[in-house]
Design a protein around this ligand. Structure first.
Ligand SMILES: *[C@@H]1O[C@H](CO)[C@@H](O)[C@H](O)[C@H]1NC(C)=O
Ligand SMILES: *[C@@H]1O[C@H](CO)[C@@H](O)[C@H](O)[C@H]1NC(C)=O
Ligand SMILES: *[C@@H]1O[C@H](CO)[C@@H](O)[C@H](O)[C@H]1NC(C)=O
Ligand SMILES: *[C@@H]1O[C@H](CO)[C@@H](O)[C@H](O)[C@H]1NC(C)=O
Length: 323
């Protein structure tokens, strides 16, 4: 009799944990069993813990064969000068109606981290998840982090990219720093007569944000490009394109409704005037042509992402047609 009662006690925190671990646990019953069997020691701990919610964030091994990607944590690893402010503003506006919290992670300007720094970042994200204990969206300027390699469930990544020459122009417009004087892109944009000694500063490229923290990601080569594409396919259900914001919002609303339901209406109501962007100074056609050549990998990535977005939009209309 006593034993039975004790077992029921032990089950209580498990139920509480399951409630907070997301609906995927309910939809796949066999995985719940795996979870239970694998964590008997921990559940005993949990029984004596005042805050069972703290045990929600398990490592992948503990979770068993659960989804590698957490649908209830969204991460916008924003890229400077690509208009991510629009998405952040919208994510903040949609918190109330869609019942999640948006947290802006601090991290300074260093977007390429060592292994140890990445681990600290992963732990930071998990600490915020525990503290908030609700569906979250996060943003920080940072290259893609492979949570799987830290044995952790990955957030759902999203991002917004921009036409490469326009992005470079916008950079040159907003931060005309001395340190950029040997950057080939800046040199071309400023239409100096002699750019032969200048090199591309890889920190100003878009591909590394999707490639990751491997030093090879900063080499502006085929490997970095392909790694970036692979990561997009695996971890980013949507990568938006600033020049196609309507299509981006439509696809976001359809693919990630938990966060973006109603976002198109919100955008029309609140922002269409606010975000009428200033056109930056346009360079000569020859400068643009040169930029296109030296940013070939960036253009390859940009056009690939754009095709993917339109494919998603097309599927969406296909769906509408079927109804
Ligand atoms: C950024 O972090 C990396 C890895 O820790 C380090 O090598 C690099 O020097 C840092 N860059 C800056 C500008 O702090
Ligand atoms: C992420 O890390 C896991 C585990 O180390 C590895 O199997 C996987 O290939 C990595 N993914 C990428 C895109 O690097
Ligand atoms: C300009 O060109 C000369 C040779 O023509 C070269 O020695 C010099 O380094 C170049 N300057 C820059 C800033 O690239
Ligand atoms: C996006 O949608 C808004 C509102 O429906 C419209 O005014 C605007 O022209 C659209 N922009 C593009 C590029 O289609």
């Amino acid at each position: 009799m006593y034993r039975k009662l004790r077992q029921q006690w032990l089950l209580m925190p498990i139920l509480v944990m399951l409630m907070f671990s997301g609906s995927f646990l309910f939809t796949k019953n066999h995985q719940v069993k795996v979870y239970y069997v694998k964590t008997t020691v921990r559940t005993t701990e949990a029984a004596f813990s005042a805050v069972p919610v703290k045990h929600v964030t398990k490592s992948l091994v503990e979770l068993g064969k659960m989804d590698e990607i957490n649908k209830f944590v969204l991460f916008l690893n924003q890229i400077p000068n690509c208009g991510a402010e629009v998405l952040i503003f919208l994510l903040q506006k949609m918190q109330g109606p869609n019942n999640y919290r948006h947290v802006r992670l601090k991290g300074g300007t260093n977007r390429s981290l060592t292994r140890i720094e990445q681990e600290e970042f992963v732990n930071d994200v998990y600490r915020v998840m525990r503290d908030e204990a609700v569906p979250l969206s996060l943003d920080r300027q940072l290259h893609f982090v492979n949570f799987t390699s830290f044995d952790k469930q990955s957030p759902t990544f999203i991002n917004l990219i921009r036409e490469p020459a326009d992005k470079a122009l916008s950079r040159s417009f907003y931060n005309n720093k001395q340190s950029d004087s040997d950057d080939l892109i800046q040199c071309l944009i400023q239409e100096k007569t002699n750019c032969s000694g200048a090199k591309i500063n890889p920190h100003h490229l878009t591909v590394p944000y999707f490639c990751g923290h491997d030093p090879k990601c900063l080499r502006n080569n085929q490997w970095a490009l392909q790694t970036a594409k692979n990561n997009v396919e695996k971890y980013y259900p949507v990568v938006g394109v600033l020049e196609e914001l309507n299509a981006t919002l439509e696809v976001l609303e359809h693919e990630i409704p938990y966060y973006f339901k109603g976002v198109e209406n919100m955008y029309k109501k609140k922002m269409i005037d606010t975000f009428n962007r200033k056109k930056s100074k346009q360079p000569q056609a020859t400068t643009r042509k040169r930029l296109k050549r030296i940013l070939a990998k960036e253009y390859d990535f940009y056009n690939w992402v754009k095709r993917r977005l339109f494919k998603q939009l097309q599927m969406l209309y296909g769906d509408h047609g079927a109804h």
